[in-house]
Design a protein. Structure first.
Length: 376
């Protein structure tokens, strides 16, 4: 039961944040605080998990993904209501009947400061919805509806090029200099961030132009998934505006940028400093892995990163521990927090890269490391 039940953690956290938004007031900050407690404290205490469920109920495990894709919609509606002035008597009565929460009173007792906490908490949930749930669905290329859901989730954080670049670019260029989301040695997160965001946009747009030209598709602008994705982000922004005016737009921007920042922090930590020689195939050694119990549960096993790269169609519950992959020894959120402070990050990661150079790298990669060191 544990091997299956642990994947309810993300939807359970989303439901908790939904309750805090409906309750209103200072408790709107609880979402981000509980998330930090789970990821930064308890994750380090609870140890690692290498288990893969045997003969699992795949329909149930698939349901957890879809549930985690739907709940952000409810979170969004709730925070728009909480930050606006619209009246929804039927909705208010329904919530009062089901939960005992008086939404009108809750909104009256909610301040601007409280709403900032709600927006950041929503952004944390957006990062999970886009970066974990959306990532899982974006890889299901044989299911167009799943890919479409992924694009809407990614639109919550302005990351719609991910659905193109990640699939057709990153998985082919991991570890190479031209991969925008492989952070090169000595590059801080804050230098990496614009390269990752804009490099992914450029690569995804170029891919779409080539695809549309190759297929001789009509209405190329409409068929371009990058442009279509940003249109979806504008639709979401418009919904926030209709529901809560300028305040709604501010909340959406805070939420979206919080989610975007967290996703790129995780991207930075996922491949930092791992070098692949041109012409060599990608191996498990080109991805950092983490097996912390809570973070792998919350993130649908995405920190089992190397196995995902070796088999991109493998469903999240089948991702395995790879003993031949470099392991971070910490949860992904702890790594992200360290990465936000470059001097601390470089002191932390440099010894680990030395171990990688010695125990994992190929001869060609060691030569590249040597050349880079000489150049520096």
């Amino acid at each position: 039961m544990y091997a299956i039940g642990r994947f309810t953690l993300q939807p359970a956290l989303q439901i908790f944040v939904l309750w805090t938004i409906l309750t209103g007031g200072l408790i709107l900050w609880a979402g981000v605080l509980v998330y930090a407690l789970l990821f930064l404290v308890l994750d380090e205490i609870c140890g690692n998990d290498y288990e893969v469920p045997q003969n699992p109920p795949e329909l149930l495990l698939g349901f957890f993904i879809y549930l985690s894709a739907v709940l952000p919609l409810l979170l969004t509606v709730a925070l728009i209501y909480q930050s606006g002035e619209i009246e929804l008597p039927g909705f208010e009565y329904l919530i009062l009947t089901l939960t005992g929460i008086d939404l009108v009173a809750a909104r009256a007792g909610t301040t601007g400061f409280d709403l900032v906490g709600g927006a950041i908490s929503l952004g944390v949930m957006y990062s999970a919805a886009a970066g974990n749930t959306g990532h899982e669905l974006a890889h299901r290329l044989n299911r167009p509806i799943d890919v479409s859901i992924a694009e809407w989730l990614l639109a919550l954080v302005f990351e719609t090029p991910f659905a193109v670049e990640h699939i057709h670019g990153h998985h082919a260029t991991t570890g190479l200099v031209n991969d925008p989301v492989t952070a090169q040695r000595g590059v801080s997160f804050w230098r990496f961030l614009p390269k990752a965001v804009f490099g992914s946009i450029v690569n995804a747009y170029r891919w779409e132009v080539r695809r549309i030209h190759r297929n001789k598709a009509a209405l190329p602008l409409i068929r371009n998934r990058v442009l279509r994705g940003y249109f979806k982000s504008l639709v979401i922004a418009g919904i926030f505006y209709l529901g809560a005016g300028v305040t709604g737009i501010a909340i959406f921007l805070i939420s979206a940028l919080t989610g975007l920042l967290l996703i790129e922090l995780f991207n930075y930590c996922g491949h930092y400093g791992l070098i692949r020689a041109a012409g060599q195939p990608e191996r498990v050694r080109h991805s950092w892995c983490s097996y912390r119990r809570l973070s792998t549960s919350l993130m649908f096993n995405l920190p089992r990163h190397a196995d995902h790269h070796m088999s991109t169609t493998r469903p999240y519950w089948q991702l395995r521990h790879r003993a031949d992959a470099p392991e971070s020894k910490h949860g992904i959120a702890v790594l992200a927090l360290i990465a936000a402070f470059p001097p601390v990050w470089f002191r932390f990661i440099t010894p680990k890269l030395a171990i990688w150079d010695r125990n994992f790298a190929s001869d060609e990669e060691r030569k590249l490391v040597s050349d880079l060191t000489t150049t520096a």
